[in-house]
Design a protein around this ligand. Sequence first.
Ligand code: G3H
Ligand code: 13P
Ligand code: ZN
Length: 323
Amino acid sequence: MVSYKDLGFVNTKDMFKKAMEGKYAIPAYNFNNMEQLQAIISGCLESRSPVILQVSKGARDYANQTLLRYMAEGAMAVVKSHKTPVPVALHLDHGDTYELCVSCIESGFSSVMIDGSSHPFEENIALTKKVVDYAHKYDVTVEGELGVLAGIEEHVSHEVSHYTDPNDVEKFVNATGVDSLAISIGTSHGAYKFKLKPGEKVPELRFDILEEIEKRIPGFPIVLHGSSSVLPEYVQIINQNGGKMEGAVGVPEDQLRKAAASSVCKINIDSDGRLVMTAIIRKEFNKNPGNFDPRKYLGPAREELMKMIINKNKEVLGSAGRA
Ligand code: G3H
Ligand code: 13P
Ligand code: ZN
């Protein structure tokens, strides 16, 4: 058993308390490789933002769970050696079993998500409570989920979303003891969040549901998944350089700004990072077909990802300068 405290990570408790008081949200960025991790760390150090490093089950399978955990530990060592470090949490994204959550906690994660949202309500409660009971023994924080996002949630594809029912949240939070709650109010995973007809605008998220939830569990940290903005400039670069991503659309930044000022304390971003890297690599290959040195295409992609992260922390989530 490795304690996250010995590695220098923090759990999300204090981060969320400050985010709630300061009316901003903590960014939760997914990573699968070294360049993404470097960009997240340098972007958050540069913008002085607390950060949640997110690891999905897919990332563990892709990069090897042991290597990934040592990469995170290495990144934390870099943060600690900085003249002004920032708080970093290491979080399991979309944990789907008790065993996976335990495995992450034992290897140094400071926070886990148990996503029981595809189970019936009572089963979701039982599974989430089991994880909370284990995690809290080690001061690890737990995120639960109520409601189902459209798109793909951990290899399970949902055609339509089922918004979170505000009538359920109080019972779920009290019965499970979770530290934060992911809700479904119209966001979805991936790069195609809304099917828009020509000239149609992206619809508003269901802020009415969020407000109702806030009334039922005042001051309780809320999490928004599926919150990439699918920035048009990067989609355009991809399409201009041999890619094919017509109709890709995300959550507009002003809606995320509004959410960050509410009880939404954590905003999950993965697709935007994927798009930046893909855009820059495609552009680089197109410009320089003879380039076969990964440092010469992954390097610029990493640089652009860092810039995107700084901009998000400053202009969208409001987490910059809060470390
Ligand atoms: O919510 C899902 C995250 O974007 C992680 O995606 O399971 O493909 O790593 P992944
Ligand atoms: P996006 O696909 O919108 O980046 O969502 C990421 C996410 O919710 C990770 O859990
Ligand atoms: Zn998610």
